[in-house]
Design a protein around this ligand. Structure first.
Ligand SMILES: C[S@@+](CC[C@H](N)C(=O)[O-])C[C@H]1O[C@@H](n2cnc3c(N)ncnc32)[C@H](O)[C@@H]1O
Length: 371
């Protein structure tokens, strides 16, 4: 594996959550993180790449720039791609695929560019080419400059590796983690999700409190790159310091299937001891004993599940229960319609950018501690 420690690293996230990921990366000690469109730039060597994959809760995938050259036409692209030091990064026995994009360049046909690079790579390195290859080389030709990046993650990082059961509209773990962060959650207060679905918020909150690394149960594409140092990687994974949280994390849902799903997911994630899930309608919700903390919830969305009149009533009763029973608690509500947030009659702080979730734009509405 190339021993350089000055790669440009691009950590992809859900558009709209770049600054939240940037804050997470700053707190985690990454070098000079700078938010861009759909991700955050940083620099570092393979240890930082591994660490970004293993530890960043808000990252969707981690791309490493491995080199670039100018290419004004396809013959030049072909020649320079053949001279590229592929063997520093890729193994000849591991399938690979190339994806290309072209902007503002004389080479404008992405398909033809991908085809040239693929041929050069396979003929020079000898690696098999496969459409479903876990190793993906991204070639970006921008302003006649061709830049190669490796996707070091493989499967999207929101797949932590312990959730099997999902409901109709699950929140992605990566988004849930960044919404928790935007609500000021740092692992030291109780969390309640009264419409918990598959339990995503409650499980993420418990993992954060326990110091469990989000990537601990899964594998990554970088494990199949050339010169991968398995012993150093095992040492990094083993370096976690776990703490049994003193707080408890509570989920409820009116749907018995959702409750069972959440319990199973919490068990697989190793946080069952600190979480509880119960079947309960929002009207029966009461705060748990102990200090106040954070209520975070994404109720059914408008225009997706359920009918509009019922939704207004549901958001209305959610707001009423929180206002009457949850003094001192902060609230975070994720929804897609400002009018639905408004009927809760809660006083919201200024909102941030909309975030694309499963094809719809959602917004996090946050409150200060309720009076
Ligand atoms: C959009 S889903 C939440 C998804 C969840 N955040 C996850 O990651 O899986 C909304 C949930 O609200 C629940 N729900 C709807 N009306 C409810 C009510 N009156 N009381 C409690 N739960 C309710 C539904 O059963 C559903 O699981």
């Amino acid at each position: 594996m190339d021993k350089r420690d000055d790669f440009d690293i691009y950590v992809v996230t859900t558009p709209g959550l770049e600054s939240a990921l940037c804050a997470e990366m700053t707190a985690a000690g990454f070098t000079d993180p700078q938010p861009g469109k759909g991700g955050v730039n940083t620099r570092g060597g393979w240890t930082e790449v591994w660490r970004a994959n293993l530890e960043l809760r808000g990252a969707t995938r981690v791309l490493v720039r491995i080199g670039s050259f100018r290419a004004l036409h396809l013959a030049q692209l072909d020649k320079r791609a053949r001279r590229f030091p592929w063997a520093d990064f890729l193994r000849p026995d591991v399938p690979v695929k190339v994806e290309a994009s072209c902007t503002k360049s004389r080479i404008y046909h992405a398909g033809a560019a991908a085809e040239r690079i693929t041929r050069a790579l396979s003929e020079e390195l000898g690696a098999p080419i496969a459409d479903d290859a876990e190793i993906v080389i991204k070639a970006r030709i921008d302003d006649d400059l061709c830049t190669f990046s490796i996707d070091t993650s493989g499967e999207s990082l929101h797949k932590r590796g312990h959730k099997e059961a999902v409901n109709k509209a699950p929140m992605r773990e990566t988004m849930a983690a960044l919404f928790l962060r935007q609500c000021g959650y740092d692992g030291h207060e109780p969390v309640v999700d009264p419409m918990c679905g598959s339990g995503t918020f409650v499980i993420e909150a418990a993992e954060i409190a326990a110091g469990l690394k989000p990537g601990r149960s899964r594998s990554f594409a970088f494990e199949r790159l050339a010169g991968f140092d398995a012993a150093a990687w095992d040492a990094l994974k083993a370096s976690a310091t776990l703490t049994a949280p003193i707080m408890r994390f509570h989920g409820s849902d009116r749907d018995a299937g959702a409750v069972k799903m959440s319990q199973d997911n919490a068990m697989r994630a190793g946080v069952a001891d600190w979480t509880d899930f119960r079947r309960q309608a929002i009207s029966d919700l009461t705060p748990p004993d102990g200090p106040p903390g954070l209520v975070i919830v994404n109720p059914p969305y408008g225009g997706r599940i359920g009918d509009t009149k019922q939704l207004y009533a549901l958001y209305g009763s959610l707001g009423k229960v929180l206002r009457e029973r949850f003094h001192g608690w902060r609230v975070g509500i994720i929804t897609n319609e400002p009018a639905l947030a408004k009927v809760t009659d809660l006083s919201f702080l200024p909102t941030g950018a909309p975030v694309l979730h499963g094809g719809i734009k959602v917004i996090l509405y946050r409150t200060a501690p309720l009076a």
